[in-house]
Design a protein around this ligand. Structure first.
Ligand SMILES: [Zn+2]
Length: 56
């Protein structure tokens, strides 16, 4: 499972993100956990596929 910072795109790889303290901040942009969202690979593949179709 990976988590991505919405602000700078930093990727946190691993389920340990859930165990990080509440005051964890992104190492790149110093924004808190609330700015991170879980990345679902299947969703990403689906989005990429949709973009491919839309670009035709
Ligand atoms: Zn960030």
């Amino acid at each position: 499972m990976t988590w991505m910072c919405d602000i700078c795109g930093y990727i946190y790889d691993g389920e340990d993100f859930l165990k990080e303290p509440e005051d964890y901040v992104c190492p790149l942009c110093d924004h808190g956990k609330e700015y991170f969202h879980e990345r679902d690979m299947e969703v990403e593949i689906g989005l990429a596929a949709n973009q491919l179709i839309a670009s035709k």
